[in-house]
Design a protein around this ligand. Structure first.
Ligand code: SF4
Length: 227
């Protein structure tokens, strides 16, 4: 990233979203390579210095230590990133390391411990209701079309986690995917998923389509520490 920075121009429409899975020990372990944390930190510092918007995205697995994750949030804020995105690791069937993927009850327990009494300066790049969902304070059904993935093969069905084929156009993706077959309790591969790409959209929808969701969002935004 640092090497390629000169090819880009800072813009309010463009964000570098840097994958960071924790502090040095946790991150290097998660990506199976020593030294990557420091490379990423240097790249973030260089991007911020040149005026780019920078956010982080973090996947947490079963072995995450809440106090270490909280220290990681502090470190990212101190670094000056604009916001942090967090999500639980998803137990997809093809992954080689099944034992560290989170089950639903373990996800809500872990995120409750991490996000309980959040420190004042933490900024998350996601809906407060999605964080409530991760803590088990509210339940949602998945909105798999809310955050579609497009790559060199086309539009991935139904979401970036499941590989159920590709549609060549966005219209085809929307019209030909059997959306009602996906989500918690609807598909065996969705059983433990609480991932942002499906549930963040549901949280945002709740915010803007119900007074209950809207007032909950206002409360969570104004007084996150009393969650
Ligand atoms: S629950 Fe939604 S986001 Fe998760 S795997 Fe299923 S369709 Fe994809």
């Amino acid at each position: 990233m640092e090497k390629k920075l000169r090819k880009y121009t800072p813009s309010k429409y463009f964000t570098f979203s840097v994958h960071m899975d924790g502090l040095k020990t946790e991150h290097d372990l998660a990506v199976c390579r020593d030294g990557v944390y420091e490379v990423a930190i240097k790249a973030i510092q260089a991007a911020l210095k040149r005026g780019f918007r920078v956010t982080t995205n973090t996947t947490l697995f079963d072995d995450a230590e809440p106090e270490q994750v909280r220290k990681f949030f502090d470190a990212m804020m101190e670094l000056g990133v604009e916001g942090m995105m967090i999500s639980p690791g998803y137990s997809y069937a093809k992954a080689p390391d099944q034992k560290n993927f989170l089950k639903r009850n373990r996800t809500t327990e872990l995120f409750s411990r991490i996000l309980h009494r959040p420190r004042k300066g933490w900024r998350f790049n996601q809906s407060p209701l999605f964080l409530d969902f991760l803590m088990g304070k509210v339940d949602y059904q998945c909105t798999p079309w809310g955050n579609p993935t497009y790559n060199i093969f086309g539009w991935q069905k139904p979401c970036y986690l499941l590989q159920e084929g590709y549609a060549s156009t966005f219209r085809e993706l929307l019209e030909d995917t059997k959306w009602e077959n996906y989500g918690h309790g609807r598909h065996e591969k969705c059983a433990d998923c609480m991932v942002h790409c499906g549930y963040e959209a549901s949280a945002v929808d709740d915010t803007f389509s119900s007074w209950r969701g809207f007032s909950r969002t206002v409360k969570a935004t104004l007084a996150p520490s009393v969650r």
